[in-house]
Design a protein around this ligand. Structure first.
Ligand code: ATP
Ligand code: MG
Length: 309
């Protein structure tokens, strides 16, 4: 069947600046083995449900290595018209190597499904934690922001823009470190100055909702929105209806609840700037006093027993 097998048969990366280096130390790295199949894995409990399929805990039979297997149905991908987007997601994510970016080890497919072999993030979605705890403390927020800023800095250095940074796309590893997932909307910079409206309105910068050209500074705006939501429990431009959210974003109108510190207000206000060229660059975000001071305190909050002795 012509379906879409052909789409997935070609080598997934054509970008010579990202050569596929064999990582022989890794048991499930796609470059060690070109033809994975479902028979190579033992399938465990479901981890979650996505728009186009499900994610399962799984174990590679030979190495016993635990992974997350994302199973996508070709029919649904075709119906949604997202095959191209998936190819791009796989191509980009498979070549990124950063401690705060979820690894994509490889992929394979059969007649009906496409399977993505992903790093397993045992503590799941950050979004769920945020809803359960309502807000994060300043040290924990700063730690997450520092890790995300570091990962975005790495992406931008490879000319990759994420464009969809929000709590739903952030996972946590066993130690509570951030793993950025979902590169579905990310793009390589040269093709990025397009005006596609993507992502949830709340996290979109003014230039994107106004369909103007945009570049990597869209991720700086989203980082500011994210930091605000960590500290306040809701995004800064949240409104009753889309029109009001739109107006609040384009006029950059937001307020801080009283409990937010001066340092955090300063940091967020340097990122939530209408003019994309005036937003705090990631290098400066990483050395911002509030980020440095507060993230240094995060270990004390995560492991309080260490200080009890
Ligand atoms: P889409 O990515 O198509 O927009 P989605 O984000 O809703 O959809 P998925 O990314 O397919 O969904 O993941 C569904 C759920 O499975 C996630 O919300 C998360 O709870 C869980 N999950 C996904 N990947 C992993 C992983 N690598 N480790 C642990 N849990 C995961
Ligand atoms: Mg997802």
């Amino acid at each position: 069947m012509a379906e879409s097998n052909a789409t997935y048969q070609q080598p997934i990366c054509h970008d010579s600046s990202h050569p596929a280096k064999p990582d022989l130390s890794h048991p499930v790295d796609n470059t060690n083995k070109s033809h994975w199949s479902i028979d190579d894995f033992e399938i465990g409990k479901p981890l979650g449900k996505g728009k186009f399929g499900n994610v399962f805990l799984a174990r590679e039979k030979k190495s016993k290595y635990i992974i997350a297997l994302k199973v996508l149905f070709k029919s649904q991908l075709q119906k949604g018209g997202v095959e191209h987007q998936l190819r791009r997601e796989v191509e980009i994510q498979a070549h990124l190597r950063h401690p705060n970016i979820l690894r994509l080890y490889g992929y394979f497919y059969d007649d009906r499904r496409v399977y993505l072999i992903l790093e397993y993030a045992p503590r799941g979605e950050l979004y769920k934690q945020l809803r359960a705890q309502r807000t994060f403390s300043e040290p924990i927020s700063a730690k997450y922001i520092r890790q995300i800023a570091d990962a975005l800095n790495y992406c931008h250095s490879k000319a990759v823009i994420h464009r969809d940074i929000k709590p739903e796309n952030l996972l946590l590893d066993f130690f509570g470190n951030i793993k950025i997932a979902d590169f579905g909307w990310s793009v390589h910079a040269p093709t990025s100055r397009r005006t596609t409206l993507c992502g949830t309105l709340d996290y979109l910068p003014p230039e994107m909702i106004n369909s103007k050209p945009h570049d990597k500074s869209v991720d700086l705006w989203s980082l500011g929105v994210l930091c605000y939501e960590f500290l306040c429990g809701y995004p800064p431009f949240e409104s009753e209806d889309q029109q009001s959210t739109y107006t609040r974003i384009t006029t950059c109108s937001f307020n801080f609840p009283p409990h937010v510190s001066e340092g955090a207000r300063n940091f967020i206000s340097l990122l939530l700037v209408i003019d994309p060229t005036k937003r705090l660059p990631l290098d400066n975000a990483l050395t911002h006093q509030w980020v440095v001071d507060q993230s240094a305190k995060s270990d004390d909050q995560m492991f309080p027993q260490r200080n009890d002795k």
